[in-house]
Design a protein around this ligand. Structure first.
Ligand SMILES: [Zn+2]
Ligand SMILES: [Zn+2]
Length: 332
């Protein structure tokens, strides 16, 4: 049993609809065992949406998944990335090189480029944010050691040949897919929409299981941007969603609502935590999530909480008090 549990998952390909294949690629992350790339039939080849993460053996997983649906890397005529996170963009460089295709992606990918160009500076910046948020030194050092030993999951920097912005269309055998800019999860995030078939490729904006994540520090209000992006997607009336993780799902509207409710719940919990006087973000975390920061959730919950605080600040409901660490209080 233990051995079976340790056995690594393999890349797997399945046909979801005529001309649409799901490529399920393993991830090394606890709780997120795989991500999806999507292959869309386009003439004598395919459009590949997303790439999987770059790590030892990862290209073999992608090739295996393609092979299971009788496709190969040299069928890729165009690579499209929903956003510049490692699990969606990590293998872009080798795919573009081997397939000889273009990459289309949204231009607001500085959040990835800066980390890739200077990982030490990016880590130092995150540590500074954590310190200012009240995280104690010792767990922070342990977290930094572990983080510093991990690679970025991205093979190399490759700039998009074309900016994937509203107005651009991706041509496939199913018809044209239009581009929706859906920032919040990441500044570079887009969804693709096929109106006649009412299909949505949602990246990490909308998943089968509600799971919130925002890139902190790149845009003024990631939570507000995410909520606006949810409304935008809701108005499309898509009937089937092809997400960046997990199985395709119908009832897109119910998933939008569930995301919206969880955002509202967490914003309210952060606001309530400020009711008892000034707090650091670190002190607020256990009141929102029911448990404190740990190595496993540190990369996630602290920035999420900071995003809610910034969101409340912009709504005029919270303000930050200068000092180290930085404390927040309810606005009078
Ligand atoms: Zn992502
Ligand atoms: Zn993802």
């Amino acid at each position: 049993m233990a051995q079976a549990a340790r056995r690594r998952e393999l890349g797997r390909g399945d046909r979801v609809l005529p001309g649409v294949w799901r490529l399920r690629l393993p991830l090394p992350w606890p709780g997120v065992p795989h991500c999806n790339a999507w292959a869309l039939a386009a003439g004598d080849g395919i459009v590949l949406v997303d790439t999987g993460m770059h790590e030892p053996g990862s290209m073999a997983h992608l090739e295996r998944a393609l092979e299971q649906v009788n496709l190969r890397l040299d069928h890729v005529r165009l690579l499209v990335c929903t956003h510049a996170h490692s699990d969606h963009y990590g293998q872009a460089a080798p795919i573009v090189e081997r397939a000889g295709c273009e990459l289309w992606m949204h231009p607001d990918h500085e959040h990835m480029r800066r980390t890739l160009e200077d990982p030490k500076a990016a880590l130092a910046q995150r540590l500074e944010v954590a310190r200012m948020s009240g995280v104690p030194e010792e767990p922070l050092r342990a977290w930094a050691r572990e983080r510093g030993s991990r690679g970025p999951g991205i093979a190399g920097l490759v700039e998009p040949d074309r900016d994937l912005v509203p107005g651009v269309e991706v041509q496939t055998d199913l018809g044209r897919w239009s581009v929706l800019h859906t920032p919040g999860h990441a500044p570079s995030h887009v969804c693709l929409h096929q109106p006649e078939q009412r299909l949505l490729i949602s990246g990490d904006h909308l998943l089968g299981r509600v799971s919130l994540f925002y890139d902190y520090g790149w845009t003024p209000d990631p939570v507000g941007e995410f909520v606006d992006s949810l409304e935008k997607v809701d108005r499309l009336g898509a009937r089937l969603c092809l997400p960046g993780h997990g199985r395709p799902f119908a009832d897109v509207h119910a998933h939008v609502r569930a995301n919206r409710e969880l955002v509202d719940e967490r914003v309210a919990a952060v606001a309530a935590a400020l009711g008892d006087g000034p707090r650091t973000a670190f002190e607020i975390v256990p009141e929102v999530y029911g448990e404190g920061l740990s190595a496993a959730n540190a990369g996630w919950w602290l920035q999420e909480t900071l995003c809610y605080l910034v969101h409340l600040e912009r709504r005029g409901e919270a303000r930050r008090l200068a000092g180290e660490p930085e404390r927040w209080e309810a606005a009078p």
